[in-house]
Design a protein around this ligand. Structure first.
Ligand SMILES: [Zn+2]
Ligand SMILES: [Zn+2]
Length: 235
């Protein structure tokens, strides 16, 4: 199997591109509403994705968007018809985020309204997606059990602060789901870069306390910070 497919519930599908297909082994998310479906990321492009997605849509119209525009998350875009653009301006325009990177936009899939928040720092066009129905927060490459590569420190710090404030303002999170796993199940221990086997992986999900922890440990100056469930990694 080139993808692992896990149904979190009947309208939330977690898809992982197999580690044997590419060392990045990214996670993709398919969120189904009554009218539309949102596919968040398309993987590295080393394997066909559309047949799997089509088999899960049940007649819904598909929109493809991205947590951010790095190559390991947009590689399958060419297989799809309606794909949101990759620049911050295009992402902002599509979702109606008129004050990027401030603000929150709503995106309605039909009986399922998602909140979209700009969180640049790892990448300029990065967004987080919050689903109030499941209380899942999709954090892409900005927060996952692995190396959080920070390209723009000040932007990243501000984004984590806004995201923490959004959660505190009455948007409770059950779990955060990111786009990779690069840690073992031992505290703060990562696999070598490019590893194609991951014995004893950390679990995908992160508890909301980990967002508060990230917020608390980010200081004004770029620094590598090793914690149990993530490694901040300035680049
Ligand atoms: Zn990335
Ligand atoms: Zn990535």
């Amino acid at each position: 199997m080139d993808h692992e497919v896990y149904r979190y519930d009947d309208r939330t599908v977690i898809i992982r591109q197999g580690l044997h297909t590419n060392f990045e082994a990214p996670f993709l998310y398919l969120l189904l509403g009554s009218e539309r479906a949102l596919l968040l990321d398309t993987g590295t492009g080393h394997v066909l994705l559309r047949p799997l997605i089509d088999s899960l849509l049940d007649g819904r119209q598909l929109v493809v968007a991205h947590t951010h525009a790095h190559g390991d998350h947009i590689g399958g875009d060419g297989e799809f018809d309606e794909v949101v653009g990759l620049t911050p301006a295009e992402v902002a325009a599509y979702f109606g985020l008129n004050d990027w990177p401030e603000g929150v936009a709503q995106f309605d899939l039909g009986d399922r309204v998602l909140d979209i928040l700009p969180i640049p720092g790892h990448h300029a066009s990065h967004i987080a997606v919050y689903d109030g129905e499941t209380r899942l927060l999709f954090t892409g490459d900005s927060l996952y059990p692995g190396r959080l590569y920070v390209q723009d420190w000040n932007a990243f710090r501000a984004s984590v602060s806004r995201l923490a404030a959004f959660v505190a303002a009455g948007n409770p999170v059950e779990w955060m789901l990111g786009a990779h796993i690069e840690l073992t199940d031992r505290p703060g221990e990562d696999y070598p870069m490019g590893a194609t086997v991951h014995p004893d992986e950390h679990e995908l999900r992160l508890a909301p306390a980990v967002l508060a922890e990230l917020h608390a440990v980010l200081g004004p100056e770029p620094a590598r910070i090793v914690r149990d469930h993530f490694i901040v990694y300035p680049v």
